[in-house]
Design a protein around this ligand. Structure first.
Ligand SMILES: Nc1nc(=O)c2c([nH]1)NC[C@@H]1CN(c3ccc(C(=O)N[C@@H](CCC(=O)O)C(=O)O)cc3)CN21
Ligand SMILES: CC(C)C(=O)C(=O)O
Ligand SMILES: [Mg+2]
Length: 279
């Protein structure tokens, strides 16, 4: 099976094939996604919320993403592994940006990085790409700026914010990003922009007119209870299924139904007798 490359993203758009992306933060999840046929696996900084229990993504460090990228890269055979650049890892100048992206590739084993923002991050995008690292853009609701937006809010619903997204998208395309995530962008704007751009758009909460789709795996599998935003379809209730299994285990151990002798190993009667006479 041929591995997916960044050049396949442009081909998919030309051929009208939808790009499928999901997040993973560990080896077994990467294996599941890879075997099920996703094109790309994102080691998202959403790991801060769904794996580490933080309130938002601003607490996630480069070391956190690096740690999880290593595990995901080992589990992905075909899918393109993309690592999210965490908060502050690409805002302190191009030197630090390239260093951070370079570590994700060299130590983490990903093949591309994603970073949030438009005009304000162009220099970092260009420098990272110049170092030979493919970059994915991310516009619309950019969660690392949650405190600027004043909460999780869809973006691009006014002429001013819509214009900023379009300008950012065109500038990112010009700077060489190979694809662009559009998060919580009104679907008519996302559709219009997807037609206008040559690079593929990957939507999350941005409607059916994008060239691809991404979700946080924990959301679509029902492993992040209490989070029911408009953009998610829940394909499983793993929290419920796992809770039931653990309750059963607790009950079985409690009443002696597990473990049984069959879950252990046999011992010759002679060994036991010899031991008893010795002690
Ligand atoms: N588990 C998880 N899933 C995600 O999709 C996700 C993360 N974490 N962490 C990073 C960002 C944050 N995201 C979020 C967070 C909250 C809403 C939300 O509350 N949406 C509301 C209001 C939207 C609005 O009014 O504009 C909703 O009801 O859909 C949406 C996306 C998307 N990303
Ligand atoms: C939701 C996707 C696009 C993301 O950035 C993440 O999971 O961190
Ligand atoms: Mg992210």
């Amino acid at each position: 099976m041929e591995p997916v490359r960044v050049t396949d993203f442009a081909k998919a758009k030309q051929r009208g094939h939808k790009l499928k992306m999901l997040t993973a933060y560990d080896y077994p999840t990467a294996q599941i996604l890879d075997a099920a046929g996703v094109d790309a696996i994102l080691v998202g900084d959403s790991l801060g919320m769904v794996v580490l229990g933080y309130e938002d993504t601003t607490r996630v460090t480069l070391e956190d993403v690096l740690h999880h990228t290593k595990a995901v890269a080992r589990g992905a055979r075909r899918a393109l592994v993309i690592a999210d650049m965490p908060f502050l890892s690409y805002h302190l100048g191009v030197y630090e940006s390239v260093r951070a992206a370079g570590r994700l590739v060299q130590e983490g084993g990903c093949k591309a990085v994603k970073l949030e923002g438009g005009l304000e991050v162009l220099e970092s995008v260009r420098a990272i790409r110049a170092a030979g690292i493919p970059v994915m853009g991310h516009l619309g609701y950019t969660p690392q700026s949650v405190h600027v937006f004043g909460g999780h809010r869809s973006q691009g619903r006014t002429l001013e914010t819509a214009r900023r997204i379009v300008q950012g998208a065109l500038a990112l395309q010009e700077a060489g990003v190979f694809a662009l995530v559009l998060e919580l962008v009104p679907h008519r704007l996302a559709t219009w922009l997807s037609r206008r751009l040559e690079i593929p758009t990957i939507g999350i909460g941005s409607g059916p007119g994008c060239d691809g789709q991404v979700l946080v795996t924990q959301d679509m599998l029902g492993l992040f209870p209490g989070f029911n935003p408009r953009h998610v379809r829940k394909y499983q209730d793993l929290h419920g299924l796992c809770s039931e299994a653990v309750r059963q285990y607790v009950h079985d151990v409690d009443v002696g139904a597990f473990p049984t002798e069959q879950h252990s190993f046999s011992l010759d009667e002679a060994v036991l007798e010899a031991l008893e006479t010795e002690v």
